[in-house]
Design a protein around this ligand. Structure first.
Ligand code: SF4
Ligand code: SF4
Length: 247
């Protein structure tokens, strides 16, 4: 017992002050892209043709963050003349079309659904379903329960039973084999409920896009309330989206 108290005293308080104070991520982190609209057409077309996710629209000069896996290829290829990635991790959105970005993203709070805030404002219980994810998105959700992020202090928790949940958080490209389990879990959650798609797999199929074994987008199965892009989405992206949408 004494050792535990001594250890606690030595370790101090480890939980981040976020969102009361900002967090600056390291420069190499790739968050919201900045897009130069007057970039030369040949560079834009080269980036679009080399993008492994077919996420760049060369005509509109936009990136679909729901498809992008943040590999940084377009930034490297264009030498920053077309795309540069910022450390802005607040990329969650409640409207899929907003992920087709020209570098700007509307503030999530402006588009959050007020009735969800009213319903779940002080307590939100979520059931997570990994529908064939690679475990990176899942790991970056799990880490929210650690002392640094301490998701529980906001009244948000992950629960084991869908019967105890207010919503479902889906990761992975939703393989054929996981589809039924996912839909049954969704049905088991009492109304009203929220649906959150985390990671490019759940939003669009991600790196598995085009495979007959997966579903290209959770919203083709059930209505999605919150989209959180990334591959995987950073824990702070998840936290930012959850707090701005529900709090
Ligand atoms: S960072 Fe995104 S948009 Fe750029 S090449 Fe990679 S997947 Fe494509
Ligand atoms: S979006 Fe990327 S990190 Fe997340 S499950 Fe798919 S492949 Fe893995």
């Amino acid at each position: 017992m004494l050792n535990t108290l001594k250890n606690r005293f030595e370790q101090g308080y480890k939980t981040t002050d976020y969102p009361k104070t900002d967090i600056q991520l390291v420069d190499r982190y790739r968050g919201r892209p900045e897009i130069t609209q007057d970039a030369p057409d040949d560079i834009v077309k080269m980036c679009a043709s080399e993008c492994p996710q077919d996420a760049i629209d060369a005509e509109k000069k936009t990136i679909d963050l729901g498809r992008c896996v943040f590999c940084g290829g377009c930034e490297r290829l264009s030498d920053g003349k077309f795309v540069t990635f910022t450390t802005d991790f607040g990329t969650g959105t409640s409207i899929r079309e907003h992920l087709f970005t020209d570098g700007n993203l509307p503030a999530l709070a402006d588009h959050s659904k007020k009735h969800f805030k009213k319903l779940f404002g002080r307590s939100l219980q979520l059931r997570q379903v990994s529908a064939a994810g690679c475990n990176a998105c899942e790991a970056d959700l799990n880490v929210l329960a650690t002392p640094f992020f301490d998701l529980g202090r906001f009244g948000i928790n992950f629960v084991a039973s869908p019967r105890h949940a207010d919503g479902i958080v889906v990761t992975g490209p939703i393989s054929r084999n996981m589809k039924t389990a996912l839909l049954q879990t969704f049905e088991a959650i009492p109304d009203p409920k929220v649906v959150i798609a985390v990671g490019s797999c759940a939003i669009s199929g991600g790196p598995f896009r085009g495979s007959p074994e997966i579903t290209e987008g959770l919203d083709s199965l059930i209505p999605v309330d919150l989209y959180i892009p990334g591959c995987p989405s950073h824990p702070l992206t998840n936290l930012h989206a959850l707090l701005n949408y529900f709090k």
